[in-house]
Design a protein around this ligand. Structure first.
Ligand SMILES: [Zn+2]
Length: 421
């Protein structure tokens, strides 16, 4: 279900069996008062504004819309074409073969699946997204779909020796693509595909923004760690086979998060995606610098790198967000399915902590925390009503149980006028 909820000047009162603000415990028999597309107040029982038009949503939980902090919409046409693998480099090989057979991301055969993917995300409760793009066709699509986003323009080049012109050329394309709700920023792909010169050039441009924001895949496969520590292993062989290996390249001799923290690439404002292979010391370092770790559990298993060590992520204190990754490594873009897997990986974690990663964590990581992520007065009323069994006593736990789109109603209310700070 989905549908806009309009409201008059007195606003709209949304009632439900549960209201889950995320930044505090659930409210039984709760209500949310929405005026002109923003949350005016929330509370319990009959202590509600009497003059507003009321909607009773019944056996449901109202919660903030979800934030998918990492996907690749341009890869949506690869749905059902890239098989799960036990070997990350084999999965990468499948992806590369398919992508070189199909270069044009603005082809209708790629655009239609992208538009469908955005609609699917929305129908499963996602209200904002961090999207990694290469061809930069997603910004216009996201803007026209009314989906607030940060589009990370992904740059690669293991052989790049002078990064500044590469980054300047990329950034020159961004201004016409950005809009009120869609920010476009440069982002390095990963330590095995980006030279130190390109990393530092991207870093310098990212740093110059009023609110620095970028994203990088880090510590996804054991092969990446081996390359950085020893200079050898499957990634070296693959880069040689691709003809991009450089004999003057020296391994940093450290783990990937240490390497990128030392370079100044990972700072507060960096989305560190995956982190499956990171040591406890590296996780502690990410927590100390204030980076956000974006976990994509179903993708990690699909590409053969194993389930993420979610309990270690939580214990480290690092800021956590959640992504689905692309339809080349996930069966759908439903963040509730990621939450269900996270519950299995961290059975002892407080339910609210996991839900917070998919709401507040993602909103903060994308610089959207003034508008999204929790139910608080002043924030945008990008709300979900999720149908739950009557009589439950722990709605937050129920939300981790594998919510499917037919149970989700997106209560995006009319009248919102916002944008990036
Ligand atoms: Zn990715």
């Amino acid at each position: 279900m989905s549908g806009a909820v309009t409201s008059g000047p007195a606003g709209r009162l949304l009632r439900a069996a549960w209201v889950c603000p995320i930044d505090r415990p659930p409210i039984r028999d709760g209500w949310v008062h929405v005026v002109e597309g923003r949350i005016a107040a929330l509370g319990q029982g009959h202590d509600a504004p009497a003059h507003a038009e009321a909607d009773d949503l019944g056996a449901a939980a109202i919660l903030p819309g979800l934030v998918n902090a990492h996907t690749h919409l341009e890869l949506s046409w690869l749905r059902d074409r890239v098989l799960p693998s036990r070997d990350f480099l084999e999965w990468v090989g499948q992806l590369m073969r398919l992508r070189t057979s199909f270069e044009r991301a603005d082809d209708p055969a790629a655009m239609t699946p992208m538009a469908e993917a955005v609609a699917e995300m929305r129908a499963s409760g996602t209200v904002a997204v961090g999207d990694v793009a290469n061809a930069l066709v997603s910004p216009a699509l996201l803007a026209s779909a009314g989906m607030p986003a940060v589009v990370f323009h992904e740059l690669m080049g293991f052989g790049v020796t002078d990064g500044a012109p590469v980054v300047a050329g990329a950034v020159a394309r961004h201004a016409p693509l950005a809009s009120r709700d869609v920010r476009v920023v440069p982002a390095p792909h990963a330590p095995f595909s980006v030279s130190e010169a390109l990393f530092t050039a991207i870093r310098d441009v990212v740093r110059s923004a009023p609110r620095p924001l970028t994203s990088v895949h880090v510590g996804e496969s054991p092969a990446e760690v081996e390359l950085l520590r020893t200079g050898g292993g499957p990634w070296r062989e693959r880069l040689q086979a691709l003809g991009v290996w450089r004999d003057d390249w020296h391994p940093p001799g450290r783990g990937p998060a240490d390497y990128l923290c030392d370079l100044g690439v990972i700072t507060r404002g960096t989305l560190v995606v995956h982190g499956v292979q990171l040591t406890d010391a590296e996780l502690a370092r990410l927590a100390a610098v204030g980076a956000t770790l974006v976990t994509c559990p179903r993708s990690n298993v699909w590409v053969g790198v194993g389930a993420p060590p979610l309990e270690r992520f939580l214990a480290s204190g690092v800021r956590l967000a959640v992504g689905t990754d692309s339809l080349a490594s996930a069966p759908d873009l439903n963040l509730f399915a990621e939450l269900q897997m996270m519950r299995g990986l961290a059975p002892g974690a407080p339910a609210r902590r996991l839900l917070a990663a998919a709401t507040e964590g993602g909103a903060s990581a994308l610089g959207l925390e003034a508008d999204l992520g929790t139910l608080a007065p002043g924030k945008r009323a990008a709300l979900l009503a999720v149908r739950l069994p009557a009589g439950i006593t722990d709605p937050e736990e129920a939300l981790l149980g594998g919510i499917v789109p037919p149970a989700v109603r997106v209560l995006e209310t009319a009248g919102y006028h916002g944008g990036h700070p």
